[in-house]
Design a protein around this ligand. Structure first.
Ligand code: SF4
Length: 330
């Protein structure tokens, strides 16, 4: 079984949940801590503009389950959870058929009203343990103290899909890209992981002929880049959303981003709970105080308890910097 670790290491496989942590290291860390081991396949994506988990579970669930079995052989897990967005319930019959022989694997759904935060590693543990939903303090990380305070391997379903390819010597440094927005061919595509945004748009026949900008890494938390910046690699969860530069409504776009965070804040910390609400009020006011708006955004960056609150400044600040620098001068 050490062989799978060497193969994953050799393939230089990194996690696809967004953090890019080496997969072999995570598996080894879980094994290195004492106590019962647990495994969680995270397929609970909930950010607008990201649809790869659903695509993988729809088209490659057998590979995900095979990888869970490989992880189980390596870790001798006590229980395995397939943690899914409730919208994927329509796949349950197929998944149950595929896991029939393995009594350790249980399918658990992210509650309908739990919001985006419920897909975050520490927050999903609170759901599995039937606790009040909130992001947890880290460290310790789940590899050491996760489900039931035991060492827990949490891997995104795309990561597990790649592990199964590595095991079969079929991994070819590909990743899944979700393309959406103002384009003719939206969808999920599997292409080389080091492709630039431009290459991905060209190859999927989605490179616009009009003036545009993109948001990369999800419609809520992704960075916004202008047309001259699309030679960058696609970062984070591999999502690219295209906006028509002339047709978009700047304030409406800012409102969309802020509303997402207002709706998805778990309410645990003040900068996120109150800050996002205040930003929403400011965007609807007759006169905008940009200095105050930007100050609240800075506060979210520095003092939010988890990555949700500190993500809101990413789309807004990159939009103001790369697309519409005059907006905050009005
Ligand atoms: S930043 Fe937001 S989502 Fe995260 S713990 Fe604070 S209130 Fe909850």
């Amino acid at each position: 079984m050490e062989d799978i670790i060497s193969k994953i290491k050799e393939a230089e496989l990194v996690g696809r949940g967004g953090a890019g942590f080496p997969v072999y290291k995570k598996w080894e860390l879980v094994k290195s801590f004492s106590g019962d081991k647990y495994i969680i396949a995270n397929g609970a994506e909930g950010e607008p503009g990201v649809r790869k988990d659903e695509y993988i579970l729809k088209n490659h669930s057998q590979e995900v389950i095979s990888a869970l079995e490989l992880a189980d052989k390596y870790l001798q897990a006590k229980e395995i959870f397939l943690y899914l967005n409730h919208k994927f319930k329509y796949l349950e019959r197929k998944l149950k058929k595929q896991i029939r022989g393995n009594k350790k694997i249980k399918i658990i759904y992210k509650p309908k009203n739990a919001g985006y935060i419920a897909g975050e590693e520490s927050a999903l543990l609170s759901i599995l343990e039937n606790r009040h939903l909130e992001a947890g303090l880290r460290p310790p990380f789940p590899v050491e103290s996760g489900y039931n305070s035991s060492p827990t391997l949490v891997n995104n379903v795309e990561t597990l899909y790649n592990v199964s390819l590595v095991a079969k010597d079929q991994y070819q440094n590909d990743r899944f890209y979700t393309i959406s927005g103002a384009c003719f061919n939206p969808g999920v595509y599997k292409l080389k992981e080091d492709f630039s945004i431009k290459q991905v748009l060209e190859l999927t026949k989605n490179l616009p002929a009009f003036d545009f900008f993109v948001q990369v890494g999800g419609d809520a938390s992704g960075e916004v880049l202008n047309q001259k910046q699309i030679n960058h690699e696609v970062s984070g969860c591999g999502a690219v959303t295209i906006y028509n530069l002339k047709k978009h409504e700047p304030i409406e776009l800012l409102k969309f981003w802020v509303s997402f965070y207002v709706d998805n804040s778990c309410g645990k910390c003040t900068p996120c709970r109150e800050g996002t609400y205040r930003l929403q009020q400011m965007l609807s006011a007759k006169k905008m105080n940009w200095d105050h708006f930007l100050e609240i955004l800075d506060n979210l960056s520095y003092s939010s308890f988890c990555a949700l609150g500190s993500s809101l400044p990413i789309p807004i600040k990159s939009y103001l910097k790369n697309i519409n620098p005059d907006l905050s001068l009005t």
